[in-house]
Design a protein around this ligand. Structure first.
Ligand code: C2O
Ligand code: CU
Length: 502
């Protein structure tokens, strides 16, 4: 399951002038400064091309048939885009779908016009049209890309991909591996169930599927070698499924969350929990014996634990013992919020169906990530129905991306958002254009004040986050359970000079 570097799955670099690494680095750092000063970056941008079109993918192994999907460059997930910190990206997105789309660079602190939000930051890319995104990679880390137009269907049909920004001096590991985790609701013929945006999903847990893929296939095993140190970049690209991964017999260390370095630590309770859109970088030392096998289990939903795959040790060790030094990532250039002087804002998330009933048999039978299950969602409301008004932020339910700002944050200042989940469901809350520190949960300060761009709020939980509003523009702020977002759980936060505060 190593991230695939074969030609069909590598970004289609537009031929251009080759840049010596030293020039890129110099241009990169200076470029970021120049960009911050509103001047063009000096380094030549790295060119990529993404074509959005229908395709087929063998998600579940034969004898199941291939699945009709929507894909970037014909592959699910899309090609992994990999650049170095400080480089500038220029990505031409060609839309070969029969409907409009956009691409959002999740977690990247891009200029507002490059954020890929339909109607708010750009006109959607119509069928047959191409839009060119261009921005600097300010932060090293694990990011991803996906459409923001009708995301609950477009992302679900396969439109997502990894965007990796390497550190200027990448830390020493034996392998740097990406696992894009996704969740599909497949019918018995391995086709994608077309019941998008039905009332049940919208009002409850979102579109939880029945087949989990790693890098686009329902996996069996992942080959490792004794003594090996792996940096494992996990990306949750699912619409709604929350993952809670346990690595039996191993002691992974979390070194980054949502792309941002964190004090290396063992996951709480031995489980790496990732809400939709969240990422975690793990360092895993392969301490098992040659020939051994260990399960990786997803146990987030109590009644739905299943084996995701097995770590399969080869017969030949890589080295006698694993490296001893702790791997630590250098910090990114994020502005530190000053909580003492921060302006405070209250945000309440509310709504949902059936007062917290978890939908009876929804997770009960058969969800195993092993293959399609027929007909489980029969009888739901037809596709394409929108259910705005089920979910609200501060009492307002979004009906599209264009709306009056729910908050205006004075640019350049520190802000605390005191957020309350007044519902019986989990919500991964995402802010565009910024990373924020997670200060506290239910009034208890967090140990590591993690930088995140998406924070998973537990039912009824209060979470305080802090940020410096240093990226001007209108930014989406929404639940990343895409059915909740479509059903209203979305707002706009404006970052503007204090003088124009509304
Ligand atoms: Cu990952 Cu508003 O998006
Ligand atoms: Cu939600």
């Amino acid at each position: 399951m190593q991230s695939d570097r074969s030609p069909s799955n590598s970004p289609d670099a537009i031929p251009g002038r080759a840049i010596p690494r030293r020039a890129v680095l110099a241009g990169g750092v200076a470029g970021a400064l120049l960009a911050a000063a509103g001047l063009p970056a000096r380094a030549e941008p790295r060119g990529f091309r993404l074509r959005v079109a229908p395709a087929t993918a063998q998600l579940v192994p034969a004898p199941h048939p291939a699945t009709a999907v929507w894909a970037f460059n014909g592959s699910v997930p899309g090609p992994e885009i990999r650049v170095r910190q400080g480089e500038r990206l220029r990505i031409a997105v060609e839309n070969a779908l029969a409907e409009a789309t956009t691409v959002h660079w999740h977690g990247m602190r891009v200029p507002n016009a490059m954020d890929g939000v339909p109607d708010l930051t750009q006109r959607p890319i119509g069928p047959g049209e191409t839009f060119v995104y261009e921005f600097d990679a300010l932060d090293a880390g694990t990011f991803w890309y996906h459409p923001h137009q009708r995301g609950s269907e477009q992302v679900d049909r396969g439109l997502s991909g990894a965007l990796i920004v390497e550190e200027a001096e990448p830390p020493a590991v034996d392998r740097d591996v990406t696992w894009v985790l996704d969740d599909w609701r497949l019918l018995a013929d391995a086709s994608i169930s077309p019941d998008f945006d039905n009332m049940h999903d919208a009002a409850m847990m979102g579109r939880i599927g029945n087949s989990v893929t790693v890098n686009g296939v329902v996996p069996e095993s992942f080959a490792v070698r004794a003594g090996e140190r792996i940096r494992l970049r996990l990306i949750n690209a699912a619409n709604a499924r929350i993952f809670g991964l346990e690595f039996e017999g191993h002691a992974p260390r979390i070194v980054a969350i949502d792309g941002q370095p964190v004090e290396p630590h063992a996951p709480a309770g031995g489980r790496v929990v990732l809400g939709p859109a969240m990422r975690a970088d793990l360092v895993i030392d392969m301490t098992g014996a040659p020939g051994a096998r260990f399960r990786v289990i997803d146990s987030f939903y109590q009644r739905g634990a299943y084996r995701l795959l097995e770590l399969a040790y080869g017969d030949v060790p890589l080295r006698e013992r694993v490296p001893e030094a702790e791997l630590r990532l250098p910090p990114n250039p994020l502005a530190e919020p000053d909580v003492a002087v921060a302006e405070r804002h209250s945000v309440a998330f509310a709504g949902g169906g059936m007062a917290g009933m978890m939908g009876g048999g929804m997770m009960g039978g058969g969800m195993m990530g092993r293959g399609p299950m027929g007909g489980m969602m029969g009888g739901m409301m037809g596709r394409g129905m929108q259910h705005a008004g089920i979910w609200t932020i501060n009492g307002v339910a979004a009906t599209g991306h264009v709306m009056a700002p729910m908050l205006t944050l004075a640019e350049g200042r520190s802000h605390v958002l005191a957020m309350t989940n007044d519902s019986a469901f989990h919500h991964p809350i995402h802010l565009h254009g910024h990373s924020f520190r997670v200060l506290s949960r239910n009034g208890v300060p967090t140990r590591r004040r993690e930088w995140q761009d998406t924070v998973l709020m537990n039912p009824r939980e209060r979470v305080d986050i802090a940020l410096v509003a240093d990226n001007p523009g209108d930014w989406m702020f929404h639940c990343h359970i895409l059915e909740h977002q479509a059903a209203g759980m979305m707002g706009v936060i404006r970052v503007a000079p204090a003088a124009t505060k509304t």
